[in-house]
Design a protein around this ligand. Structure first.
Ligand code: SUG
Length: 417
């Protein structure tokens, strides 16, 4: 009997969290570019979400912020006082907090060698994200260093954009059983970039040795990308046998359901029609950027952003869905406003890894007392706010570097320094 459980590894919001308007096609990022950010509040909001899930589900992991500013990127771009601010801001981005883009994960039951395979996402479409993967890989190799149970690959080479788990869903009877992996990609040519390339998805599936009969490749709806669904996880999420999706998520919705159903006959679709929640409202509230999680009684809970509760159509739909007695029994709003303003909801902030918790480096697993300790380090070291005009200043540089160092030493992870 294996001990496989799903562990959500949330990204801790880094001390340089700021709003630089860097992500074309991400409506929240574009509309908040230039705002003053609140890194301390952002990191504490993320930590509260983790604490809640630890109590509810018993397991919670985390990944650390990457080193910022990225001196190597500043050097490579020869950034000076005349360089456009956005290039400077790229090297300061705390975007590694959105760990749904850290990697694609194929758990051991799906792979031929019985190991959990992880491929860091190359994130090549956006400069500020494309710098992440080498450091992300180093962190994954530390957290999942047990080579009997894990295999960590290099990222897929450019120019095929890969955005990781945000465009990947796994259907299964239970987390420990063999699953069907669903890869969702976008076709280029629209007004916004299609950040996940079909060939990147196919390469990840091959790299992980997945059984082709247990893989499904689906095209994202170009209209959803145009409306601001820059990742599939903005319009759909799956857990075990349930797919929770907007009716306009895929290019051909009926064929998408058919393809998933023929690979995984037990599929149960919970579809939200456009008449109940428009694509625009779904993207504004991030209803689908939810964590769909199995409770101990087998029912599922949907962890949604607070913004869903204050949307009349979304909340009305949620109430009618709960009354209908479907597979989702509970809707839990959480406050991640600081991340939301950059286009990152509850699901963006986590990477799901199905594994035996005993095989993970325990320094990356949360406990109550560790959460208290992390909250104290964040409260006394993370900047209270960042005005985009301060990015690049000597004072802010020293303060964000020192803040991250303080957390690494508190967690005994200085080797990632
Ligand atoms: O890549 N925002 C992120 C949000 C990522 C959300 N992740 C998922 N959907 N899984 C992005 O667009 C904004 C940074 C800025 O503008 O400062 C940003 O990178």
């Amino acid at each position: 009997m294996n001990q496989f459980v799903e562990i959500n590894f949330d990204g801790i919001v880094g001390p340089s969290h700021n709003y630089a308007g860097l992500s074309l096609g991400n409506i929240a990022s574009a509309s908040h570019g230039g705002d003053v950010s609140h890194p301390r509040a952002a990191a504490l909001q993320g930590l509260e979400k983790m604490r809640g899930n630890l109590v509810r589900f018993g397991h919670q992991g985390f990944l650390l912020p990457l080193p910022r500013p990225n001196g190597k990127l500043l050097e490579q771009l020869a950034v000076d006082a005349h360089t456009p601010r956005q290039l400077l801001a790229a090297a300061w981005s705390a975007s590694s907090m959105w760990t749904a883009n850290a990697a694609t994960v194929s758990p051991a039951p799906d792979t031929p060698d019985g190991k959990c395979h992880l491929t860091p996402a190359n994130l090549v479409t956006m400069l500020h994200r494309g710098q992440e993967w080498p450091e992300t890989k180093r962190m994954l190799e530390t957290a999942f260093s047990n080579v009997d149970h894990f295999a960590v690959h290099d990222a897929i080479p450019p120019s095929f954009g890969d955005e990781g788990a945000a465009n990947h869903m796994r259907l299964c009877e239970g987390h420990g059983s063999k699953g069907v992996e669903v890869f969702v990609y976008g076709r280029p040519g629209g007004k916004f970039p299609a950040r996940q390339h079909e060939q990147a998805s196919r390469a990840v599936a091959r790299l992980h040795g997945l059984d082709p009969a247990k893989c499904v490749f689906i095209e994202q709806n170009p209209a959803a990308i145009e409306a601001g669904a820059f990742h599939n996880d903005v319009v759909a999420v799956a857990n075990e046998h349930v797919l929770f999706t907007h009716a306009e998520a895929f290019a051909d919705q009926t064929s998408a359901y058919d393809a998933m159903q023929s690979a995984f006959p037990a599929l149960e679709v919970v579809e939200v029609p456009s008449s109940a929640v428009s694509l625009e409202e779904a993207i504004r509230t991030y209803l689908f950027n939810a964590q769909l999680v199995t409770r101990s009684d087998g029912g599922m809970a949907l962890i949604v952003p607070e913004e869903c509760r204050t949307s009349a159509p979304v909340w009305a739909w949620a109430e009618s869905m709960l009354a209908s007695n479907g597979p989702i029994r509970e809707v839990i709003p959480v406050d991640v406003k600081q991340s939301m303003a950059n286009g990152g909801g509850p699901a963006c902030l986590r990477l799901r890894v199905v594994c035996d918790p005993g095989t993970v480096d325990p320094r990356f697993l949360l406990s109550d007392s560790k959460a208290d300790m992390m909250a104290a380090v964040i409260a006394s070291n993370w900047p209270e706010q960042i005005d985009p005009a301060d990015i690049g200043s000597d004072a802010l540089t020293s303060s964000v570097i020192a803040a991250r160092k303080a957390l690494l030493s508190a967690l005994d992870l200085t080797e990632l320094g």
